[in-house]
Ligand binder design. Structure first.
Ligand SMILES: O=P(O)(O)OC[C@H]1O[C@H](O)[C@H](O)[C@@H](O)[C@@H]1O
Length: 298
């Protein structure tokens, strides 16, 4: 079917599908899966693969006239034969590229190159770098939004909290995108959540209390953050998602939505998301000082 590419840095391994340019698996040194992939995921067009890390381009959600989350996640990408040099010290990477198709030109009449580099750092961090270039020959600029829609695997959603988003404004997709302000010192999950946090700091942490694992997400040129869990009712309504699977996943991903990017012909934009899984020992509402020190060192 669709080609997969795997890279391995002795043990941490990553699987990337050419369909969607999507990372569908990321295992750490102990073979533990870091990303959620639905047991009911479809690997066939026109459905995007439910889980992993989806590349949303040139539109996120329904914030535009294109299909939900744009077309990039539903296209067959190619291996990039002339990739740019990696920004990391890693020599362990996969490079993919997506260019416009005749079909896409009907709805988004632009010539572009979207390059994606998926790299594993020497210590096992996952680094995604996207480069988007305007190749229009007619002199026209184009505008787009973008996201790494990242499905983390978690032990139990009720034991998870996301830190780094306190006091920020967000658009609440459950209330017609109205602008709200985060009141809590962390985001916790007791019902459906579907938000876009605006102008978030470059580091966001997702703490899985039960698993004692923290995902430290760092981002560049991607000011916003998508946070989503469908909860039970929506989970049941999605054909490619198990009714109970909402309990073991959480989407937290770097995005650029509020201020779309405009590129003139020849211009290039670059956006990056880096995830470091670190052990955490979070208990009773207080951060363990050892963990704070460890996170400061990262
Ligand atoms: O079902 P999908 O098209 O993959 O979208 C899954 C989710 O993605 C984002 O987080 C949106 O904010 C949600 O509204 C949407 O339900």
């Amino acid at each position: 079917m669709y080609n997969t590419k795997s890279i391995s840095n002795s043990f941490p391994t990553i699987r990337v599908y050419l369909y969607g340019g999507q990372v569908t698996s990321w295992k750490n040194n102990s073979g533990e899966q870091q990303l959620f992939l639905s047991k009911k995921a479809s690997f066939k067009p026109p459905k995007a693969i439910r889980g992993g890390i989806q590349i949303c381009f040139p539109q996120l959600g329904n914030h535009g006239v294109l299909e939900q989350h744009g077309f990039a996640r539903n296209r067959l990408w190619s291996v990039d034969e002339s990739p740019p040099l990696p920004d990391t010290t890693s020599d362990c990477h996969i490079d993919l590229i997506l260019k416009q198709s005749e079909e896409d030109m009907k709805t988004w009449p632009h010539s572009y190159e979207l390059r994606l580099q998926v790299a594993l750092s020497p210590r096992g961090d996952l680094i995604l770098t996207s480069r988007i270039k305007n190749k229009n020959a007619d002199g026209k600029p184009f505008q787009f939004t973008f996201a790494y829609h990242t499905y983390f695997s978690v032990s139990d959603i009720s034991e998870v909290r996301v830190e780094g988003l306190d006091t920020l404004d967000y658009h609440d997709n459950l209330q017609s995108k109205i602008r709200c302000t985060e009141q809590g010192d962390a985001v916790v999950f007791e019902s459906e959540v579907d938000r876009i946090y605006l102008s978030a700091p470059p580091k966001i942490v997702t703490i899985d209390h039960e698993k004692k694992r923290t995902f430290v997400l760092r981002k560049k040129e991607l000011p916003d953050v998508v946070v989503w869990n469908p909860w039970d009712r929506k989970a049941k309504a999605m054909p490619d998602f198990g009714a109970e699977e909402y309990k073991c996943m959480l989407c937290v991903g770097a995005a650029r939505i509020e201020k779309p990017i405009t590129l003139r012909p020849g211009e290039e934009w670059q956006g990056r998301q880096e995830i470091s899984p670190v052990p955490s020992s979070y208990s009773s509402g207080l951060l363990d000082p050892e963990m704070i020190q460890q996170m400061q060192r990262i």
